[in-house]
Write a protein that binds this ligand. Structure first.
Ligand code: LLP
Length: 442
């Protein structure tokens, strides 16, 4: 089913996730339910780590981009696999630290880090802060001066490489809010500025060209542009960058039309980038940088499945058939945001052939609340368990309480057994921070 055999159809004709029967998971934990397969996540982390060890003599670090899926347990798994993380907010940083994640392996991103987030990052001794504005450089330098510390930084650069993906998830277009442009000389000016700061140690550069990208060439091109720039900085300013962070962005399989990559295909991506970095370092006469990559989606995306219970079924004759489930845009806003495509199946009738094309709708009070459009299913009935595949990345992490729906819990499956890594939210949790001013209490 997916490339790593984590999804199967068992003898009972049920979907099995990491050895656990999906219908039993739905029965035990209720729906909607996010299910994450631990082995899948660990296999991806260790494969990426090994690729850097084998092809680059270990001169680098894989950082899990925790925006894809963050909770305390994932930071534990990632730490055990010997890789680092990137965080983009005080909340992600807090979660990682609370999970005991080694601070020196945390890279802090953000185009508009709050003063409190910068303080938190410096005070918790994160390994590196990726700076993304001139004001931030000044602010960070004085903050470090007051504390008498020196902070390692990277500068976020926009290499101007356009990769083919949804325009909202492209991050290196020339009009992007992220990074300093190579093309107009800003990245160079910022380099000079950062080098003048006594309490910052400029270590190198970061770029990220987008997400859900399948073309290897885009990553190679970005690497080439970055190394050319590093060589220019060496010649022009005697600054030889030690570190190069090439971001994340490798695509995953969601539905027909997406490539189905194996673990070795993903490490193949990385190996191609490593080969390009080595070749260009030689060509431009600079040292091979300490290499960072930040895959998020490819580590957790296909490890996740969301289980729902089918409720209302409504057919608009000659137009379309809606199969409504007990979740929706509050657990997965990606259709509403990006018209994202997914593959769905009936977990309790997984061996049955699809016979109709339907739209899976959510339960929110909004017409755009679609989970996935145009999916082929057997004739669904109320009470069936519907599974949406490849929901491990940017689903739980983008969930909300829209319509005051509780965010579904997350279970982690390991050797066929599942346990909560995020407990269910109760209605009580939803009103926890609500306050009724005294004058309204009469
Ligand atoms: N590093 C940086 C600096 C990033 O901005 C991102 C993603 C990553 C790494 C990880 O990229 P990945 O390997 O996961 O593609 N919400 C969107 C995705 C936004 C990604 C933003 N940055 C979605 O649901 O598709």
């Amino acid at each position: 089913m997916n490339q790593r055999d984590t999804l199967k159809i068992n003898a009972a004709g049920h979907l099995e996730i990491g050895g656990a029967d999906a219908t039993e998971l739905a029965e035990k934990f209720g729906t909607p339910l996010y299910v994450m397969d631990e082995k899948y996540i660990r296999d991806m982390c260790s494969a990426y780590r090994r690729a850097i060890e084998e092809d680059y003599a270990g001169n680098g670090l894989v950082l899990y981009a925790s925006k894809a899926f963050a909770c305390m347990a994932i930071y534990k798994i990632v730490a055990a696999e010997g890789i680092g993380v990137d965080v983009v907010s005080g909340g992600e940083l807090y979660t990682a630290l609370k999970a005991g994640f080694p601070a020196e392996k945390i890279y802090m991103h953000g185009n508009n880090k709050l003063p409190s987030e910068l303080e938190m990052a410096v005070d918790s001794r994160v390994g590196c802060i990726v700076v993304d504005s001139l004001a931030e450089i000044d602010k960070l330098d004085s903050l470090c001066e007051r504390r008498g510390v020196i902070q390692r930084i990277l500068i976020r650069v926009n290499p101007g490489v356009e990769a083919h993906t949804h325009h909202f998830i492209q991050t290196a277009k020339t009009d992007s809010k992220f990074g300093f442009s190579l093309a107009d000389g800003t990245a160079e000016a910022v380099t000079v500025h950062a080098l003048s700061k006594k309490h910052l140690r400029l270590d190198g550069y970061h770029c990220h060209i987008g997400s859900q990208i399948f073309e290897k060439e885009s990553f190679g091109l970005a690497a080439d542009k970055m190394l050319a720039f590093m060589s220019e900085m060496k010649t022009a300013h005697g600054f030889e960058a030690r570190t190069l962070n090439l971001g994340g962005g490798y695509g995953i399989w969601y539905s027909d039309g997406d490539a189905r990559y194996s673990v070795s295909d993903y490490t193949g991506y990385l190996k191609t980038v490593i080969a390009e970095v080595k070749c260009k370092a030689r060509e431009y006469g600079i040292r091979e940088p300490f290499l960072l990559v930040e895959p998020g989606r490819s580590i957790v995306g296909e490890a996740g499945v969301t289980l729902y219970t089918v409720g209302t079924i409504k057919e608009i004759p000659g137009v379309k058939k809606y199969v409504a489930v007990d979740g929706g845009m509050f657990d997965n806003p990606r259709y509403a945001l990006y018209q994202a495509k997914y593959t769905a199946l009936l977990a309790n009738r997984a061996a049955e052939k699809p016979c109709e094309v339907v739209t899976v709708a959510g339960k929110c009070c909004e017409s755009g609340d679609i989970v996935c459009a145009n999916v082929s299913l057997p004739k669904a009935e109320t009470g069936d368990i519907l599974a949406v595949l490849s929901t491990g990345a940017y689903n739980y992490s983008m969930a909300s309480n829209y319509n005051r729906n509780p965010v579904p819990p997350v279970v982690l499956v390991r050797d066929g057994k599942a346990e909560y890594i995020v407990k269910p939210q109760s209605y009580e949790d939803i009103i926890r921070n609500d306050v009724i001013p005294a004058y309204l209490q009469k």
